[in-house]
Design a protein around this ligand. Structure first.
Ligand code: SF4
Ligand code: SF4
Length: 419
């Protein structure tokens, strides 16, 4: 059996679940942009089957083009009446493409050596912090309001990148009523690009009476690597992360990044075992964890000084990946003087999708443009989301526009009014 057929063997039955009904097509962002059947979930599954049946080679240009241009947003899973596990199928497809050598050396180096390496991340952060001091990213964004082509990676950079610092191992609550201890996934690049989100998460958890462990031995959850098909790399990161959870006495392991949460909750299928089910059950998105603390949040007396309209854009990996449709919006509704609504088409991807905005800048920019039209027309003062990648993507769309809208992770909004 050829390598690609071997790789599809564990999921070949799952490919049969697709009944070709086409109900997923209108929900697929790449199909909406291209109108090409092969860029739809159904078309991609056809191609996977053709490879699994030996009718097409894994390095056929059609396969490479359409399987790699998928956002893995999982909107097709929500729409599918037949329960097709699309993201699992896509991970195997990408692993087969990878094993065939169709990805270059630089791609492999980035995903296996750079992502998850604290030393390389620190060195890159110093360089980026220096770059941000030159004000070049600000000038660049003013010139190219919505990112395009080659320069997309500069366009999504935050204007301020801090120099690396070492977080304490534990942030203790100052509340008299101590409710417990939780771990936080700081993230492999979370403190580089979106440190305020981690700070805000700690502020809210401390305010609710939780000590927060930062667990520095955790490198990365592996979601970016899995997205690109590096499943062995992901398995090794996953095992390390789960063993760290098991070694520590914590009530929950919290993430504020929807893509990481979706990946970690799926570790059992990735590892093909149930050995770590207790640790996996502790993994919670911050919104999911806070939903169990509604009364305590009400006691914080959160309130805006003036009437504030907020619209919520759901990250795909929270909405479709974790089936957590609107919990962040529910939590924001607890704030006095807040008027919260869901952004129109909030279940459609903003084009961020891990590193998609770097690899497919044109498609990503088209999706972002649509999102920015909806945001501009909606008139909210604040747009809230629940994932750092979406936050950076949406902010890059807002840069250079003359309006007063602000984009935040929802936990930053809550933390900003805790006194
Ligand atoms: S994961 Fe998203 S982009 Fe990929 S096929 Fe499904 S709906 Fe389309
Ligand atoms: S993936 Fe699901 S919704 Fe899409 S064509 Fe197949 S069965 Fe129908």
């Amino acid at each position: 059996m050829s390598t690609e057929l071997n790789i599809f063997a564990p999921v070949k039955d799952k490919l049969q679940a697709c009944i070709h009904c086409g109900l997923c097509l209108d929900f697929c962002p790449t199909y909406r942009v291209t109108s090409e059947e092969m860029s739809s979930p159904r078309g991609r599954i056809y191609l996977m089957k053709a490879v699994a049946d030996g009718e097409l080679a894994i390095d056929d240009p059609l396969v490479i083009k359409h399987e790699l241009s998928c956002l893995v947003c999982r909107a097709c899973e929500t729409a599918c009446p037949s329960g097709v596990e699309f993201s699992l199928l896509m991970e195997h497809t990408r692993e087969a493409i990878l094993n065939n050598g169709s990805r270059g050396f630089i791609h492999q180096f980035i995903y296996t050596k750079v992502i998850g390496s604290k030393t390389i991340t620190k060195a890159a952060q110093i360089l980026l912090a220096l770059l941000s001091k030159t004000r070049f990213p600000i000038l660049f964004k003013k010139t190219f309001p919505i990112k395009s082509g080659l320069f997309s990676s500069i366009a999504i950079l935050p204007e301020e990148i801090p120099f690396p610092t070492t977080r304490p191992d534990v942030y203790r609550t100052s509340k008299i009523v101590r409710r417990g201890t939780v771990g936080l996934l700081v993230g492999c690049i979370g403190d580089v690009f979106t440190k305020p989100i981690n700070d805000a998460t700690i502020t809210v958890l401390n305010a609710l009476g939780y000590d927060v462990l930062t667990l520095p031995e955790i490198q990365c959850c592996g979601s970016l690597a899995a997205h690109a098909g590096y499943l062995d790399q992901t398995r090794s990161l996953a095992t390390k992360l789960l063993e760290t959870i098991e070694r520590n006495t914590i009530d929950a392991f919290i993430t504020n990044i929807a893509g990481c949460g979706a990946m970690m909750k799926d570790y059992s299928s990735l590892l093909h075992d149930n050995l770590h089910s207790e640790a996996i059950n502790k993994i919670k998105d911050i919104s999911e964890f806070l939903l169990g603390h509604i009364e305590e949040i009400k006691q914080l007396g959160l309130r805006f000084n003036k009437h504030t309209r907020i619209s919520y854009q759901a990250p795909c990996h929270l909405y479709h990946g974790q089936k957590n449709i609107d919990t962040p919006a529910q939590l924001l509704s607890l704030i006095g003087n807040a008027n919260v609504s869901l952004l129109e088409e909030n279940d459609i991807c903003c084009g961020s999708a891990g590193t998609y905005n770097l690899e497919y800048p044109e498609l990503s920019a088209t999706l972002l443009r649509r999102k920015m039209e909806l945001i501009a027309g909606n008139g909210s003062e604040i747009v809230a989301t629940a994932n750092s990648g979406c936050l950076m993507q949406l902010k890059s769309g807002l840069d250079g526009r003359q309006n007063n809208q602000q984009i935040y992770h929802f936990i930053e909004v809550i933390a900003s009014i805790i006194y």
